[in-house]
Design a protein around this ligand. Structure first.
Ligand SMILES: [Cu+2]
Length: 166
């Protein structure tokens, strides 16, 4: 094969490999729905309308791998604005979900540490910065929030939300 054709073939193969990697990321982390669509219901609630917030909760994230507070109670139907401060020197994030969701997600983050994703139920916060999540808890039960920066969840950076019947 002439060398120009061969290098073209290699470039094509590389392009396929890159496309495959992207497709995998998309499947694991779907893009945000458009603002006009009704927010998708998940097993732990749905994206809240910032104009209908019923409660604001401030949460601090520290390099001691802790959320403060790490326990809270809300009522079913509450739309909570989480104001999440990173008072540490490394990146932290708050991701809401069921305990199972978070454990699976933490495992993915260990395998693909550079995976980037953005969903309504998570916020990544740089050191010294503050971020927000607005979430409506539509289902009763026990849910969690965790920091899924590799190693943080495993170090105990996890909290609990109890949703009581209204
Ligand atoms: Cu963290």
């Amino acid at each position: 094969m002439n060398p120009i054709v061969a290098s073209g073939l290699i470039a094509t193969l590389l392009a396929f490999a890159a496309a495959g990697a992207l497709a995998h990321g998309d499947a694991a982390h779907k893009p945000k729905p458009s603002a006009t669509a009704t927010p998708a219901e998940t097993s732990f609630g749905r994206a809240g309308d910032p104009k209908r917030v019923t409660r604001t909760v401030s949460i601090d994230m520290s390099d001691r791998m802790r959320f403060t507070p790490s326990e809270l109670q809300v009522k079913q139907g509450d739309t909570v604005r989480f104001v999440v401060k990173n008072s540490g020197k490394v990146m932290h994030e708050m991701v809401l979900g069921t305990r199972k969701d978070l454990a699976e997600h933490a495992e993915l983050m260990r395998k693909f540490p550079n995976m980037e994703h953005e969903e309504d139920y998570m916020v990544h916060v740089a050191p010294g910065k503050t971020g927000e999540i607005v979430w409506q808890f539509t289902k009763t039960g026990e849910f969690h929030f965790g920091c899924l920066v590799p190693g943080h969840f495993e170090a105990g950076m996890v909290g609990r939300v109890r949703v009581l019947p209204k």
